[in-house]
Design a protein around this ligand. Structure first.
Ligand code: DI6
Ligand code: FE
Length: 419
C-alpha cells in the first residue's frame, strides 16, 4: 500500500484521516485509521497508515494538509443515470399521485415519449445547460464518475447529441463520464405500430453509427412489457456484441421477463433494477459475473412493493451496486448518498454493502477497474467527508456532508485545501 517517493515529490498529501479504502483487507470498509493519502499526476501513490509513510510528510509533498480526522472514501460512482434530458415530468408525478400508474401514462403517450419530444427540441448547448445543474448536484454529494445513458432522442442526430452532451459534461466538470447507448428505450412516435422495424433500425443504422463514432462505452435496453421484448433485446445485444460493445440491461423492473438471465447470457456488465428476478436469474448472473445494480429511487418513486432478491444475491455472491437512476420519470433523484440511504432502509443493505455499491462494485458495473478503491495506482478520485465514519454517509438523510470532492487529483466540488 505504499510507494517510495520517486525523484519528484507528490502533488498532494492528506494526513490525519480515516480511510475507507474499500480494499478486501478483512476489516469493514477496508478501513485504515490514523491514515494518510498521497497522490501524484492524478494517481494515488500512498493510501495507508501514517506510521507507514516513507518519510516526513513535508519531505514527501510540498502540499500537506490535515484532514482533522475526517473520513475519506473513493469518489462515488453513479453507475446508472439518464441525467441528460429536456424538460421534466412533474405533471406525471401529480397524475400518479391521483391514481394513474406509470404504465397507464406510458400507454397514453406520456412517459418517455414526452421527454423525447422535449429533448429533441433542444439544441446541444441548451441540452447541456439543462443537464449541468443535475450533474453538479451529484458532484456536490461526493460523486466523481457518472454513467449517462442516451435514450431520449431515439433518432440518430438526437441520440448523438445526447451522447456528445454527456461527454461534454465530463470534460466541463473534470469528472469521469461513461456513456451508454439506450436506443431500445421506447418506441419513437414515427415508428408507431412498427416496433420490429424500429429494432431493425437500431441494429442496422443507429448501433453501427454510434459504434463508429466512439461516443458510447456500452449498450443498454429497456426489456419490459411496456418497452422491448426479450427477443428484441436479444437482437440489439447480438449486434452490440458484434460491434465490440459491452451490454447491460434494464431488467425485470415491473415484471419477470427473464431479463437478468438475458443480460448474463451476453456476458452483461450488469442487470439493473431486478425487483422481479427469479432464483434462476440470480444464478445466471452469478455464473456470468454480471453485477446487480439496485435502484431504490425508482422503487420508492413508483411505490413498488416487490423487493429485489437481496438474500439470493448475497447467497450466490453476486456483486451489488447502487445508483440513482436519475431520470425525469421514475427517479428524479439528485443524490447518490440518498440512494445509499434508501438501499439500506428499503432494501436492507448494510452501510458497507451500500458503499461498496457506489464505489468498487459500481466501477465493475461499468467495466472499469481504475477507480472505486483507495490504493496505489488507482485514479486519485476521492471525497473528504464531514463525517467521522463511513456508515454516516448512509445514515444521514439529506444534508451536505461532502467537504471536498477530488477527481484525478483536482478539486471539482466543495472546499479547496489550504496549501
Ligand atoms: N429507467 C428507465 O429507463 C425507465 N425506468 C427506469 O428506471 C424509464 C425512464 C423514464 O420514465 O423516463
Ligand atoms: Fe434507468
Amino acid at each position: 500500500m505504499q510507494e517510495n517517493p520517486s525523484n519528484s515529490r507528490w502533488d498532494g498529501l492528506l494526513i490525519d484521516c480515516h480511510l475507507a479504502t474499500m480494499n478486501e483487507t478483512g476489516t469493514p470498509f477496508g478501513a485504515i485509521r490514523n491514515a494518510a493519502l498521497g497522490w501524484k499526476d492524478g494517481r494515488i501513490v500512498f493510501a495507508g497508515a501514517m506510521s507507514a509513510l516513507p518519510g516526513k510528510p513535508g519531505a514527501l509533498s510540498a502540499h500537506v494538509q490535515s484532514a482533522a480526522g475526517a473520513c475519506i472514501t473513493p469518489g462515488l460512482v453513479d453507475c446508472h443515470t439518464h441525467l441528460v434530458f429536456g424538460g421534466n415530468r412533474a405533471d406525471e408525478f401529480d397524475q400518479r399521485l391521483n391514481g394513474a400508474s406509470y404504465q397507464d401514462i406510458a400507454r397514453a403517450g406520456g412517459g418517455i415519449v414526452s421527454t423525447l419530444k422535449a429533448t429533441r427540441e433542444l439544441d446541444e448547448a441548451a441540452l447541456l445547460a439543462e443537464s449541468l445543474p443535475r450533474a453538479r448536484a451529484l458532484l456536490a454529494d461526493g460523486v466523481t464518475t457518472i454513467e449517462i445513458k442516451s435514450g431520449y432522442g431515439l433518432d440518430l442526430p438526437s441520440e448523438m447529441k445526447m451522447l456528445r452532451v454527456a461527454r461534454t459534461l465530463g470534460s466541463t466538470l473534470g469528472i469521469g463520464v461513461r456513456t451508454t447507448f439506450l436506443g431500445a428505450h421506447a418506441l419513437p412516435p414515427e415508428f408507431a405500430g412498427r416496433q420490429d422495424e424500429y429494432v431493425a433500425h437500431i441494429c442496422d443504422v443507429l448501433l453501427p453509427e454510434v459504434a463508429r463514432s466512439g461516443l458510447a462505452d456500452a449498450v443498454d435496453a429497456f426489456c419490459e412489457t411496456i418497452a422491448f421484448t426479450p427477443a428484441q433485446t436479444r437482437q440489439v445485444f447480438r449486434q452490440a456484441r458484434a460491434l465490440g460493445l459491452p451490454v447491460k440491461l434494464h431488467a425485470d423492473q415491473l415484471s419477470d421477463l427473464g431479463g437478468a438471465a438475458l443480460s448474463a447470457e451476453f456476458g452483461g456488465l450488469s442487470a439493473d433494477h431486478i425487483e422481479h428476478t427469479s432464483a434462476a436469474g440470480v444464478r445466471a448472473m452469478a455464473k456470468a459475473g454480471t453485477v446487480a445494480v439496485l435502484l431504490p429511487g425508482a422503487y420508492y418513486a413508483l411505490r413498488d412493493t416487490t423487493l429485489p432478491p437481496i438474500a439470493a444475491l448475497r447467497e450466490h455472491g453476486v456483486a451489488m451496486a447502487v445508483a440513482t437512476d436519475l431520470n425525469p420519470g421514475t427517479s428524479p433523484l439528485l443524490s447518490l448518498r440518498l440512494a445509499m440511504n434508501m438501499a439500506c432502509t428499503l432494501f436492507r443493505l448494510t452501510p458497507e454493502e451500500a458503499l461498496r455499491g457506489t464505489t468498487v462494485n459500481a466501477a465493475r458495473a461499468l467495466g472499469i477497474n481504475d477507480r472505486g478503491r483507495l490504493a496505489c495506482g488507482m485514479r486519485a478520485d476521492f471525497t473528504i467527508w464531514d463525517a467521522a465514519a463511513p456508515a454516516d454517509l448512509c445514515y444521514w438523510i439529506g444534508g451536505t456532508l461532502a467537504r471536498s470532492v477530488i477527481s484525478a487529483g483536482v478539486i471539482v466540488a466543495g472546499q479547496a485545501f489550504e496549501q
